[in-house]
Design a protein around this ligand. Structure first.
Ligand SMILES: [Zn+2]
Length: 269
């Protein structure tokens, strides 16, 4: 069994065959899928999906690239969404200097506010970092999550080893996606080989970042198996052993995500 801890199953690229995508994931042994939100509108969409599919869980929050019009009241809205019984994290939140869609100060402010909301709600966080590792670490260290019981994941890790090291020291997990399978990704593979096994999560970030041998195609949760195979190889483990470990990690961070949980009605009014 595997858990895809980061998949944008709500994107319209899945509109034509979402049922089949979920079924293929199940058949491939991917038994839980966590769908993170990008903005307030999208929060409702991911909750609707989590309500519909037993295997789908959700994270709610505002992605750094959607924060340019950030207002304090948005935090209250995220808080309300977070009460849905299938919400397992606040995310994805973070900092992105690559796209630079939102001023630095606003990105910092909204990130810190959502980190503290997660601490208030006793939820972990799903962190997006693009070319902003130093500031992500600095704000994490200042947040009430650092050293607390709930931490989070640096999702789709693409930074340097010293960023991974700093995150690990604060109790965070490292999410690995398709690029670990790419031909020219020796640097990332070196980092993954050094990660402690009890802090690795496997993700797709579908529909993006399809791993080899599906590179260039639309990614989907069943392909997380290719990511897991590559990590197993790097750690000299069988795929079964690696699956067991990363699944236990996901449960430790995000909770049990039991399928027999009471079906939520999805009504967030
Ligand atoms: Zn994402």
């Amino acid at each position: 069994m595997l858990i895809d801890t980061h998949c944008h199953l709500d994107f319209d690229r899945f509109d034509d065959d979402r049922e089949a995508v979920v079924r293929r994931a199940e058949e491939a042994g991917v038994r839980r899928i966590i769908v993170p939100a990008l903005d307030l509108q999208n929060c409702q969409n991911v909750l609707d999906l989590a309500s519909k599919y037993a295997h789908v869980y959700a994270a709610v929050g505002v992605h750094p690239n959607s924060t340019s019009a950030w207002e304090a009241s948005w935090l209250d809205q995220v808080r309300r969404f977070a009460h849905h019984p299938k919400v397992v994290a606040i995310g994805e939140i973070g900092i992105d200097y690559y796209w630079d869609d939102s001023p630095k100060e606003i990105q910092h402010k909204s990130f810190s506010a959502q980190l503290n909301l997660a601490a208030d709600l006793d939820l972990p966080v799903i962190i997006h970092n693009r070319d902003a590792g130093e500031d992500v670490i600095r704000l994490l260290a200042k947040s009430r999550l650092a050293g607390g019981e709930k931490s989070g994941v640096l999702h789709s890790f693409s930074a340097d080893w010293h960023i991974a090291e700093a995150a690990l020291e604060m109790g965070f997990y490292i999410g690995i996606t398709g690029p670990v399978t790419f031909k020219k990704a020796d640097g990332l593979r070196d980092i993954v080989a050094k990660l402690p096994l009890n802090r690795i999560l496997v993700e797709t970030d579908a529909p993006f970042l399809a791993p080899q041998p599906r590179r260039g195609k639309r990614n989907e949760p069943s392909y997380v198996t290719f990511v897991a195979e590559q990590i197993a190889l790097l750690h000299d483990l069988s795929i079964e052993e690696l699956s067991k470990i990363t699944t236990a990690n996901a449960h430790r961070l995000f909770g049990q995500m039991q399928l027999d949980r009471i079906k939520p009605d999805g009504d967030q009014a």
